[in-house]
Design a protein around this ligand. Structure first.
Ligand code: FAD
Length: 427
């Protein structure tokens, strides 16, 4: 949707073919009398979004609101850590040392998210070398964190953010250990929910004459022969199948079980906006996921949207292997993980009403193999800004989307659209 609006802004006639409904993983569901925006729940790197707006000449319709508590309270085996760590907390001085080292990288990371990765580009080289100066010589998030000798609770809380790459800290690139310092001060959500992003992009497309065909899957690229250029926004493995090319067997990033329900009345006002319950042992966690087995204690995120003026909602996201399976709310593993979350938060009856459950099978429907959220898992040195997938596959075929920018979530999807728009304009 983003690249469609950007190309239409340049005067091109653009058609979007969408197999289901626009929004993909970010989809609005009506359930049990409430509306839920599923998929992404944290809006980060707003500077990337501002660049999209500026290229479109649009004002921001999202009404982004800072999320109380930033990245949330991280419950680790070594104690609870709110990120950002507040003054007065025993870990504050360590957090300040971390932020002091990492936060100057913010503009550079934003550049890497929005600039074509070309070795002859001065902006790309400047940003990459700034990142390299902080990360060298470490290959993984875990290696870098160890070298900084943070107290165990802070180390453990920071390490969980390598899951933004869809892999454990031992495999995630150092960039992901830096994310909390880069994101913590600017975590937000549109006032009317994440679905506002899809609405905004649809409105930008409509204003530029983009034709959108919902429920129109592309099953054969030959059917698009009448278009001069094609931009694929599907996962690269899905595209390979459409092109009749073999799909390499490769390790995949994680999937999840996402549970949405009404926040029980007895918990309204009791839970922070975001709680993160970390796995107790990352090595065991990563090896379970790599073997497509259910980790004994998985990463869980709890979002409690406790706006007393509106209906309060709860989202509980459990990290699961990209197995393409269905794990319902009654599945013993799901029940066990919910119990662990309740015990950690010191509450009961977290999921009492009707629950909407999205599982790896659901995420696989329109996404990557097995429901992997970020597609294929790349080794650390090929992750983040070192895009492993080409933007241009042939003269007229380009690609965007989360699988092209591993582990970036919305900022990388939006940034990738800016990059491809720029490259297509130059081509
Ligand atoms: C539970 C969960 C929590 C997350 N949390 C965050 C977060 O807090 N912050 C963040 O930034 N990111 C988060 N993410 C990641 C973020 O949601 C994704 O990176 C992003 O939404 C992916 O966008 P995309 O357009 O690349 O892919 P998708 O959203 O998967 O879109 C692909 C689209 O292609 C369509 N399609 C597939 N095949 C065809 C075909 N043959 N023809 C036509 N159309 C087709 C699909 O229907 C779909 O609409 C989260 C993801 C999940 C699942």
């Amino acid at each position: 949707m983003t690249v469609a609006a950007l190309l239409a802004q340049r005067g091109l006639a653009v058609t979007v073919y969408e197999a289901q409904v626009p929004g993909g993983k970010l989809r609005r569901f009506q359930h049990a009398g409430l509306s839920f925006d599923t998929g992404p729940s944290l809006f980060t790197f707003p500077g990337v979004w501002r660049k999209v707006l500026s290229r479109l000449g649009e004002r921001d319709p999202l009404d982004l609101r800072p999320l109380p508590g930033g990245l949330g309270v991280h419950h680790t085996p070594f104690g609870s850590v709110p990120l950002p760590v507040q003054e007065g907390h025993p870990l504050y001085l360590h957090w300040r040392r971390y932020v002091h080292e990492v936060s100057p990288l913010k503009p550079h990371v934003e550049t890497l998210l929005t600039t074509p990765p070309r070795l002859h580009s001065a902006a790309f080289l400047r940003a990459s070398s700034a990142l390299g100066r902080v990360t060298f010589p470490h290959a993984s998030a875990e290696g870098w964190l160890r070298s900084r000798r943070f107290p165990p609770a802070l180390h453990h809380a920071l390490a969980v953010h390598s899951l933004n790459a869809g892999v454990g800290p031992g495999q995630g690139s150092v960039l992901y250990a830096l994310l909390p310092a880069l994101m913590a001060g600017e975590v937000s959500r549109p006032a009317s929910g994440m679905g506002a992003l899809t609405d905004a992009l649809l409105a930008f497309c409509a204003a530029r004459g983009v034709t959108v065909f919902p429920e129109t899957p592309v099953n054969d690229l030959r059917g698009l022969a009448h278009h001069d250029r094609i931009v694929s926004a599907v996962d690269p493995s899905r595209l390979a199948r459409l092109l009749g090319r073999p799909v390499p067997v490769a390790p995949m990033t994680v999937s999840g079980v996402a549970l949405y329900s009404r926040l029980p009345a007895h918990l309204v006002g009791l839970l922070p906006a975001t709680s993160v319950i970390t796995p107790s042992d990352y090595a065991q966690f990563a090896s379970s996921l790599a073997a497509r087995a259910l980790p004994p204690d998985t990463l869980a995120l709890v979002h409690a949207d406790a706006d007393l003026l509106q209906e309060s909602r709860l989202a509980l996201l459990l990290t699961a292997p990209a197995s393409g399976q269905i794990y319902t709310v009654d599945h013993p593993w799901v029940r066990g993980q919910v119990k662990r979350v309740e015990e950690t938060l010191g509450v009961s009856g977290l999921l009492t009403g009707e629950v909407l459950a999205l599982t790896p099978k659901y995420f696989a429907q329109g996404g990557a193999t097995g429901g992997a959220i970020y597609g294929r898992a790349w080794p650390a040195w090929r992750a983040g800004p070192f895009h492993p997938e080409p933007y241009r596959l042939s003269g007229r075929l380009w690609q965007v989307g989360t699988g092209v920018h591993p582990g970036g979530g919305l900022p990388a999807v939006l940034g990738g659209a800016l990059i491809v728009d720029e490259l297509m304009n130059r081509a």
